[in-house]
Design a protein around this ligand. Structure first.
Ligand code: NDP
Ligand code: MG
Ligand code: MG
Length: 327
């Protein structure tokens, strides 16, 4: 693993460039604000016509431009809008206007990994992926810290792509926590795998299944909620601070014994086989294809899944308990 820090990055590189942030959402806003606070003076937010994000960017005292003008102006164009829209927006608004030798920066490898975007040969193409949500990117930076940030270079037309990627990552605060080298393929595949099979895919299903099992057996939804959902924060804090082995030392022998008996009855050899299948599905590009098909159809599958989650009785239990806690 190659891990680099502030001392390995030259902030002057990004401070000397015109930076256009395309999209002002989860990542766009914190990235723009961190860059600005790191001394990047020539910064614009690039938004589509009639964008709902315009008011927020203007309230943050940032200049707002349309997509094509921003592309023509920028030395560095940063792709911070949904992955499934990136190919179309790049083709229509960026590729025809980007300056010769400009740099294209991504926060996630999907569009490049699966060939949805094939950037012009004269461009530098880099990945700078903070490992965490945008809210944490901003709050950590403001507290003088940063998020671990992955970086990669897919195309180095200028010969300076890596130095510029490190400068950008450091301006986000990544050099305070560690900037770790990866590739577009590794970042993208691992990210999609985890989203599908581990943290975002499996944990919510596991919580709901545990809640359903208790409620079905006659337990009160509130007790089921406390057991199966509230303790997620506890274990998350323990395992991020101490590791899994360290977490085991911090819980009661009773809890530890239950975990030893139950864990592998739930995550079985069959579960691991299914994880490998999900990984294959990700690497062959099927998951990305289905995402794009869903987007083209107006997100019927995403919308149905949101509605299903909202209708699950665990939500009503959660709402009752959150109200209870209010003074
Ligand atoms: P968001 O969904 O928050 O992006 C919303 C922004 O993109 C809005 O400003 C929106 O403008 C604009 N936008 C949406 N569609 C279009 C379009 N078709 N054309 C132009 N602008 C558009 O995205 P995220 O910040 O969640 O993700 C951005 C990138 O960062 C992705 O590559 C993602 O994988 C990556 N990433 C995200 C993380 C996160 O914290 N969410 C973490 C690490 C990486 P409008 O108001 O006009 O709709
Ligand atoms: Mg992701
Ligand atoms: Mg308990």
């Amino acid at each position: 693993m190659r891990a680099l820090f502030d001392a390995d990055a030259d902030l002057a590189l990004i401070r000397d460039r015109k930076v256009a942030i395309f999209g002002y959402g989860n990542q766009g806003r914190p990235q723009a604000l961190n860059l600005s606070d790191s001394g990047v003076g020539e910064l614009v937010v690039a938004l589509r016509e009639g964008s709902a994000s315009r008011a927020r960017a203007e309230a943050d005292r940032l200049g707002v431009t349309n997509l094509a003008d921003a592309a023509a102006w920028a030395d560095v164009a940063v792709m911070l809008f949904p992955d499934e829209d990136q190919a179309e927006v790049y083709e229509r608004h960026l590729a025809p206007h980007l300056k010769q030798g400009a740099a294209l920066v991504f926060a996630h490898g999907l569009a490049i990994r699966f060939g949805l975007i094939v950037p012009r040969a004269d461009l530098d193409v880099m990945l700078v992926a903070p490992k965490g949500p945008g809210t944490a990117l901003r709050s950590e930076y403001a507290a003088g810290r940063g998020l671990v940030t992955l970086f990669a270079v897919a195309q180095d037309a200028s010969g300076g792509a890596e130095a510029l990627a490190l400068s950008y990552a450091a301006a986000l605060g990544g050099g305070r926590a560690g900037m770790i080298e990866t590739s577009f393929a590794e970042e993208c595949e691992a990210d999609l795998f985890n989203e599908a099979a581990v943290i975002w895919g499996a944990i919510p299903e596991l919580i709901q299944a545990g809640f359903d099992t208790l409620v079905e057996a006659g337990f009160s939804p509130e007790v089921a909620y406390f057991e199966c959902l509230t303790e997620v924060k506890l274990i998350a804090d323990l395992i991020t601070e101490r590791g899994i082995a360290g977490m085991r030392e911090a819980i009661s022998n009773t809890a530890e014994f239950g975990a030893l008996e139950g864990g592998r009855r739930i995550v079985t050899a069959e579960t691991r086989t299914e994880m490998r299948r999900i990984l294959r599905d990700v690497r062959e590009g099927h998951l990305a294809q289905r995402l794009i098909a869903d987007a083209k159809a107006g997100y019927p599958r995403l919308k149905a899944s949101r509605a299903e989650a909202a209708a699950h009785p665990i939500e009503a239990a959660g709402a009752r308990l959150r109200n209870l806690a209010k003074p």
